[in-house]
Design a protein around this ligand. Structure first.
Ligand code: FAD
Ligand code: NAI
Length: 470
């Protein structure tokens, strides 16, 4: 240990969801915690991820509501968008949450240092380049939570105008008239949906045969139909090969597939994120980094160096804020010697906030079969649900995948995949069902309030018992 360096129970590098959850949870358990952050606590999620993206999607939802107001007899006129107000509100939401998080860290007595942290031998962390100056700390334990940054692709250099990633898109002063979104994953579909609702002509170019990896095929079909109806052009199985900026306007010609081209004002590159591990030092440690840049860990997020953990997007687990929270808690519990249960990555909740919304947990029908399960499924549409019809949002379905019992009824629930109104808020029950390994019969014992959207999941599980009351 370096004698001059202040020692903490835990030093955390990176103040995003993984890092701040570990800091808050560790402090709540009585540990003395230091958190090193080079930008602002909150990380990608708060400043250039979940929160601003969902705020802009909410603007799109309000716009949709105004467009559809006449269905309810309300005359609202043609909506117009002042994107500067939208951006201002987005920033206010971020600032409010940032203030709350900073206050929480302070009240839990977490020492927050502003600067870039690097890890060296003997758990020494050097901090530099920020307002905390050059500082050395040691931690009985160290947690690496440096997160991730957008991936880019050759031939599409990001200039913040013609070619953007999520980082730039979230802060645009105005939306483009037309855009190509490269990559039909979570970011691509959320941005495509938001921009299309707000008037941009959108084309998604996806390299794989399907958009939204991980989603059950029946649910993907509903999303595709809906995107088509909204005017979003989805092209799958196409490779992009480059683009040529126009001379006459700010736009560009994108080349893809077999010599196809499309002229657009903006290209949004959303082809995944890469772990940010190259700025962590790590010399003189036994921490291992994979070829793809992920820090290698075991089930408890322990790296190769005793007492050093890595959590969140910098490790090769689902890149989700709530997975980062769970890993932060897990690492602290392991530090406390509490023998915690590792995260079950195959059964974490996924919520995508495009329109229509998508959410899922556990197996798809195909992956359950691949894993050797004999399955029975129920598919129930929102079209027959009272609340959905009242909302004028009756598009979508809930698919419940269960183990098939010898009498043909559904046993243990293996997965639930949803598309439709507010399904991100409805996944909770399905998440508990899958992770508690509940059977269809057990779920059927519980009453769903009427009229609610959640009846669709409840009845879906109910019908798997072989009977139904509706
Ligand atoms: P990050 O949030 O990336 O935080 C890492 C932090 O470490 C950063 O603040 C960085 O400045 C800091 N840092 C890095 N290196 C150092 C260093 N050497 N020293 C000091 N500080 C350092 N997930 C969801 O669950 N739901 C969503 O709806 C969702 N929407 C998203 C939308 C978009 C547009 C994007 C881009 C992502 C979205 N995500 C969403 C993913 C989510 O943002 C990430 O999974 C999450 O932020 C990862 O948390 P993290 O703590 O691992 O890393
Ligand atoms: P992603 O991995 O979800 O999707 C990237 C898509 O781009 C894939 O479908 C991939 O096949 C495609 N792709 C890759 N290279 C390509 C190329 N050259 N041409 C065309 N397509 C190509 O990554 P994304 O959307 O960038 O998001 C990163 C991560 O952030 C997500 O995996 C998710 O973990 C997280 N996220 C979560 C959200 C949520 O939970 N609501 C919202 C946004 C992001």
């Amino acid at each position: 240990m370096v004698p001059t360096a202040e020692n903490y129970d835990v030093v955390i590098i990176g103040g995003g969801p993984g890092g701040y959850a570990a800091a808050l949870y560790g402090a709540s358990a009585g540990l003395d915690v230091a958190l090193v952050e080079k930008y602002k606590v909150g990380g990608t999620c708060l400043h250039v991820g979940c929160i601003p993206a969902k705020e802009l999607l909410e603007t799109a939802a309000v716009h949709r509501a105004v467009v559809g107001a006449s269905t309810f007899g309300i005359t609202a006129g043609e909506p117009s968008l002042d994107f500067s107000v939208t951006q201002q509100r987005k920033q206010e939401v971020i600032d409010k949450l940032f203030g709350g998080l900073s206050g929480l860290l302070k009240s839990r007595k977490v020492t927050v240092l502003d600067g870039t942290g690097t890890l060296h031998g003997d758990h020494l962390v050097r901090v530099s380049g920020g307002s905390s100056g050059d500082v050395e700390l040691t931690g009985d334990h160290v947690i690496l939570a440096s997160g991730s940054v957008p991936r880019t692709i050759p031939g599409f250099e990001v200039d913040g105008q013609r070619v953007v990633t999520s980082d730039e898109l979230l802060s645009l002063e105005r939306l483009p008239a037309s855009a190509v979104v490269i990559g039909g994953g979570a970011i691509g579909c959320e941005f495509a949906s938001m921009m299309s609702d707000l008037g941009t002509d959108v084309t998604i170019l996806e390299a794989l045969p399907k958009i939204l990896p991980g989603l059950d095929d029946d649910i993907t079909r509903v999303v595709l139909q809906s995107f088509k109806k909204q005017g979003i052009d989805v092209r799958t199985g196409v490779a992009v090969t480059g683009h040529e900026p126009h001379d006459h306007d700010g736009g560009t010609k994108v080349r893809f597939g077999d010599d196809e081209t499309i002229d657009v004002e903006m290209v949004v590159v959303s082809v995944g994120r890469r772990p940010l591990s190259e700025n962590l030092g790590l010399d003189g440690t036994a921490v291992k980094v994979s070829d793809r840049g992920h820090i290698e860990v075991d089930e408890w997020c322990r790296t190769g160096e005793a007492g050093v953990y890595a959590i969140g997007d910098v490790i090769a687990t689902p890149a989700l804020a709530h997975v980062g929270f769970a890993e932060g808690v897990l690492a602290i519990q392991d530090i406390l010697g509490e023998d915690p249960v590792p995260v079950d990555y195959g059964r974490v909740p996924w919520c995508i906030y495009c329109h229509p919304e998508v959410s899922f947990v556990g197996h798809t029908e195909a992956s359950a079969k691949e894993a050797g399960h004999d399955v029975v499924v129920s598919k129930r549409r929102f079209g027959g649900n009272g609340r959905a019809i009242i909302l004028d949002e009756a598009e979508g379905m809930v698919k419940v995948i269960a183990e098939k019992q010898s009498d043909g009824t559904g046993g243990r629930i293996l997965g639930v995949h949803m598309v439709g109104p507010w399904v991100t808020e409805q996944l909770g029950q399905a998440y508990l069902a899958v992770n508690w390994e509940a059977t269809a019969e057990e779920i059927a014992q519980f009453i769903q309030p009427h009229p609610t959207l959640s009846e669709v999941f409840g009845h879906g599980a109910f019908t798997l018992t072989g009977r139904s009351y509706e």
